[in-house]
Design a protein around this ligand. Structure first.
Ligand SMILES: Nc1ncnc2c1ncn2[C@@H]1O[C@H](COP(=O)(O)OP(=O)(O)O)[C@@H](O)[C@H]1O
Ligand SMILES: [Mg+2]
Length: 365
């Protein structure tokens, strides 16, 4: 069992840098949870507070229902992997992994056994005699993970462990860490600024901004039902399109601004009722702008300003009389800069946001 619970955690540095604001979080046993958000939003501070490397200004940390807020890091039974690996440069790979166990006075035979098993899992048997400076970035990362595994901790904490690797290796290590989680069946708390890492690895994702939790959800829910404009824009690449306008209603209901007018389906209309004749923000994902060949109802025209072929799909940057939109389209047709394109938005897949609170307007429930 290793459940981690944060209760009203606040961390203020100095007098006024509020790094983390009243965070409440319950991480389940064996869960892979990802904390994601832009640089400076408080991710590392949360992780370091769980590890015991930072003392919260307010609030409590529980591991397995035990209050560990005042327990020193070495007695918390957690292991942390850092972005810069933090390997001891003068020690061999073997000694780097053995160090924490020696400190805890493990018998030599047990240390050897654990390192052999871990090296096998990570495929680093051949590196054991080398020193960190003789390793590539990916190898160092493996050793850093190995050093955490040999400790057999209740909870693994990862602070942007893949950030220093090249793109290809990052994708590969992502899958390896997911496999490792399946194999070890332990609680893992993973911090990243990369929304793709969060989406692909997390059982659940916690989105942070300015030290505050914006939303906690599984990847699909987060993507489909972002709680506010920030989450809608942060999760997903290319980013969700946002258009400001009004809801107007005569016989039918429309989203309208000075450039476009889009009919809104019946199912949506009821919830938007309080917003009739009021400002609203319409959020539509790039894959929900569908190129159509004719001027059909609910479609609009935009000019292609940039074409980004990705191989399996194309990202189109579109100019809608001065407003920029991005569409994500299939690659079997060819698109040219300067051409006009007729687009039909899948309005039923969109999200609407209240411009004052920036919160999502619940429509489907
Ligand atoms: N030791 C510290 N002293 C003062 N400010 C800090 C300290 N550590 C972090 N901060 C500040 O707290 C905020 C959150 O930092 P951090 O948790 O490192 O964010 P993230 O990991 O999301 O990039 C930032 O504004 C950062 O400058
Ligand atoms: Mg950080």
């Amino acid at each position: 069992m290793a459940e981690v619970r944060l209760e009203h955690i606040t961390k203020v540095f100095g007098k006024e840098i509020v790094a983390v604001k009243d965070i409440n979080l319950k991480i389940k046993d064996k869960e892979f949870i990802v904390l994601v958000g832009p640089s400076g939003c408080g991710k590392s501070t949360v992780l370091r507070t769980i590890a015991g490397l930072e003392e919260p200004t307010d609030g409590k940390v529980y591991i397995d229902k035990k209050d560990v807020t005042d327990v020193p890091p070495k007695n918390r039974d957690v292991a942390m992997v850092f972005q810069n690996y933090a390997l001891y440069p003068h020690m061999t790979v073997y000694d780097n992994m053995a160090f924490g166990l020696k400190l805890r006075r493990f018998p030599k035979s047990e240390i050897e056994k654990r390192i052999a098993e871990t090296s096998d899992i990570l495929g680093i048997e051949d590196l054991c005699r080398r020193r960190p400076k003789e390793l590539s970035g990916g190898e160092k990362q493996r050793v850093a993970v190995g050093r955490a595994i040999v400790r057999n901790p209740k909870v693994f904490l990862f602070d942007e462990p893949l950030s220093n690797l090249d793109a290809k290796l990052r994708v590969q290590m992502r899958a390896e860490l997911s496999k490792l989680h399946n194999r070890l069946q332990v609680t893992m708390i993973y911090v990243t600024h990369d929304q793709t890492e969060a989406m692909t690895m997390g059982d659940r994702i916690v989105v942070l901004k300015d030290g505050e939790v914006q939303q906690i959800a599984d990847p699909i829910n987060l993507y489909n039902n972002p709680s506010n404009i920030f989450v809608g824009g942060f999760i997903g690449s290319p980013s969700m399109n946002f258009l400001q306008g009004r809801i107007i209603s005569n016989k039918k209901t429309f989203f309208k601004n000075e450039i476009i007018r889009i009919a809104i389906n019946e199912g949506f209309v009821k919830r938007l009722h309080p917003f009739i004749n009021r400002e609203i923000i319409w959020g539509i994902r790039p894959e929900h702008l569908i190129p159509v060949s004719k001027t059909i109802e609910g479609s609009f025209k935009a000019t292609i300003s940039v074409v980004e072929p990705m191989g399996n799909e194309i990202f189109l940057y579109l100019d809608l009389q001065g407003m920029e939109l991005i569409a994500r389209v299939q690659s079997h047709l060819s698109y040219k800069v300067g051409e006009e394109l007729q687009l039909k938005p899948l309005i039923e897949k969109s999200n609407f946001f209240n411009p004052e609170t920036e919160k999502r307007i619940e429509i489907n429930s």
